[in-house]
Write a protein of this length. Sequence first.
Length: 363
Amino acid sequence: MLAVARSAVDLGADVLTHASLTRVVTEPGPVTDTVCAVEITDRLSGAAYVTAADVVVNAAGSSVRDALGDLGPRSGLAVRRARSVHVLTHAVGGRDTVITRTRSGEPVAVSPWRGMSVVASGDVLEDLPSTADVDRVLDAAADVMRHTVTADEVIGTMFGERPALEDRIDGTYRSADRVRLDWHDGSHITGVLTVTGGTWTSARASGATVADALLRATRIHPARRFDSRVEPLHAALAEADRSRLATDLLATGVVDGPTADHLTRLYGSDAAAVADLVRADPRLGRRLSSDPARGDIAAQAVFAVTHEAAQTVDDVALRRLSGGVLGAPGHDELIAIAAVVEPLLGRASAAGDAPTTSTSDSR
């Protein structure tokens, strides 16, 4: 997600964090209301401001109807929440991602990640996650794998949510793998494009589809200036280039082998910038956790603030460092992170955002 955001910034976009949509601003007409701006509230400062736009893109996931406020009921959108769960366990597969189906037709995916495996199955139309979700994934995996993963072998879980759209033919709801664009024709609403469907895997292709639609509607530019099929995300490296960079970083003597591998896998070509922080201050090469599986170093916490728009201790601990994906950081790790970032954030900011251990988001 950070690579996508930084790629957008590289192309001239403004990216806001800790910002909430307060309301959609409209210009009422005799028949049609035109969306002309949005009001955004900074959740840290409480400040609110209005941003005008020729077109507002509503890409609020399963909340697309709610995001339109008073316009939601007349938008023609019929959306439910589709939830998926990913189970992190010890390595049960090979080096490649395997996607297959159970005998009943339910999809199962097993992907390697940091010496472990991530196991997932199909979406469910339920609002709240529960332990039954994990059991469902493990049961589906047991149907297609030689080794049965038990609940005791689960290291962690990650939940995702996306919109399930009503099929206008049979009235059922299903999550859409392909992106759907809705200009709300017939709803007497203009100036807003609602985007639903698609997956994380196809997100860049979906973004290109949205960009093309906006260009046709606004004629701001004659054509899109990027091609996601051939242009990599910010700092992305092919495996051979990543391995070469890891070797180069090790040769400098600034970081050890495991850290060089850790940084290049997380940051791509930006790993060199993280290593430069260690070169300038060797104290930033120390690990933040005594757990060898949590390989983050202090320089990453600094990089999160200086290059990745982290504004709070929680941002760093849970939404920038990779350790947050492995489960809630321990007390000592949180203290170590806070000690690094407090001078950069300012004590008032850090103190006002006491580290919590209840949530874990991926990078």
